[in-house]
Design a protein. Structure first.
Length: 360
């Protein structure tokens, strides 16, 4: 099978132009090849590529130019088309998490299939050298509780986040110290998520961390990402010592970056991270040097079975060497509305936080 290419161009035009034949004088097809599509090389003549579409939208096959006026329209990817198709096939199957030592949701040692799945991130990252990992910090001393910094989602605030994870605060208040930090960007009243939340929080100022963007795959990326990360690192310093990060939605997405920077010694170290409702991680391509290798930070990924807003739990799992996964039966929320189910999930999160922050 042929080489894989990633479409970079056409961000302002809905994709890049595709022609029927090799020459640029041949007829153009009506549909463009979407930005961020992945194609397999069938033939390469000079700087003209004949392809077959493997992911994204656009003509199934045709001819495209590799660059125009010195600007790259496509870039070659690591890995083979055979491996990429294996990953696609695996993702179409029912997703299950293996068990280990009798603990439901604990991921076992990485299998050959897991190694193939991890190639997806090789396809989406460039060849920026990886940074070395530092050792995890020592366990939290018995004289104090583990401290967890909580990051809200889009159209969130401290008050909104506290309410959203109230099930966890109720069961873990004697064991864990939860602190909260707000995003630096204030949302306008016209924002659709503000309009949805306003009846429940009539006086609240709603915030987010960065401006979300999205590829044609649905993979999430951000404008102002570096500023958002530095803002969260300011929160780490203000609330130090912080032993863990817990994030929901956009806060959960950015928590992967904080976990990666902590693992590489670029911010205060962390004992663990908890993710609620993650998007597909297009932001890893914006900071590829952080994600060239699986992160050694223990992670718990929680997803809602009916969540159609964020669908990236599977992709977040493979960012970590050893991740645990939990779920609830409802939609885009940290905890379900059913009290018994919410308490059961909260107890799992509490157990994970205490175990990973205090165990040797």
């Amino acid at each position: 099978m042929g080489r894989l290419w990633h479409v970079l161009g056409g961000t302002d035009k809905g994709g890049i132009l595709v022609r029927e034949g090799q020459t640029i004088a041949s007829d153009a097809l009506a549909q463009r090849l979407s930005t961020s599509a992945i194609v397999e090389q069938l033939e390469l003549i000079g700087e003209r590529l004949r392809y077959v579409l493997r992911a994204g939208t656009g003509p199934v096959t045709g001819w495209v130019s590799l660059r125009i006026r010195g600007k790259d329209l496509l870039t070659p990817l690591e890995g083979s088309a055979h491996d990429f198709l294996a990953v696609q096939k695996r993702r179409q199957a029912t997703y299950t998490i293996p068990t280990q030592a009798g603990k439901e949701g604990k991921v076992a040692e990485e299998s050959a299939e897991d190694q193939v799945e991890r190639l997806v991130f090789g396809f989406l990252h460039n060849s920026t050298p990886a940074l070395n990992f530092v050792q995890l910090p020592p366990p939290v001393p018995t004289q104090r509780k583990p401290r967890v910094l909580c990051l809200h989602g889009t159209a969130g605030s401290v008050k909104v986040m506290q309410y959203s994870i109230s099930a966890l605060l109720g069961v873990a208040k004697n064991d864990v110290d939860f602190v909260f930090f707000e995003g630096q960007l204030e949302l306008e009243e016209s924002h659709p998520m503000v309009q949805l939340a306003r009846p429940f929080y009539p006086r609240e100022v709603f915030r987010q961390w960065a401006l979300p963007t999205e590829t044609d795959f649905g993979w999430r990326s951000y404008d102002g990402l570096e500023v958002a990360v530095e803002h969260i690192k300011r929160g780490l310093r203000e609330h130090e010592p912080v032993d863990a990060i817990l994030g929901f939605s956009q806060g959960s997405n950015l928590a992967t970056i904080i976990a990666a920077q902590a693992a590489k010694g670029l911010c205060p170290p962390l004992r663990c991270v908890v993710h609620f409702c993650c998007s597909q991680p297009g932001w890893t391509r914006q900071m590829p040097e952080l994600f060239r290798e699986p992160l050694p930070v223990p992670a718990l990924i929680v997803r809602g079975e009916q969540d159609t807003v964020t669908t990236g739990a599977d992709e977040i799992v493979v960012l970590y060497r050893a991740a645990e996964i939990a779920k609830h039966s409802e939609d885009h929320r940290p905890f379900p509305t059913k009290k018994d189910e919410a308490r059961e999930l909260a107890m799992k999160v509490r157990e994970f936080l205490v175990r990973t922050t205090t165990a040797e």
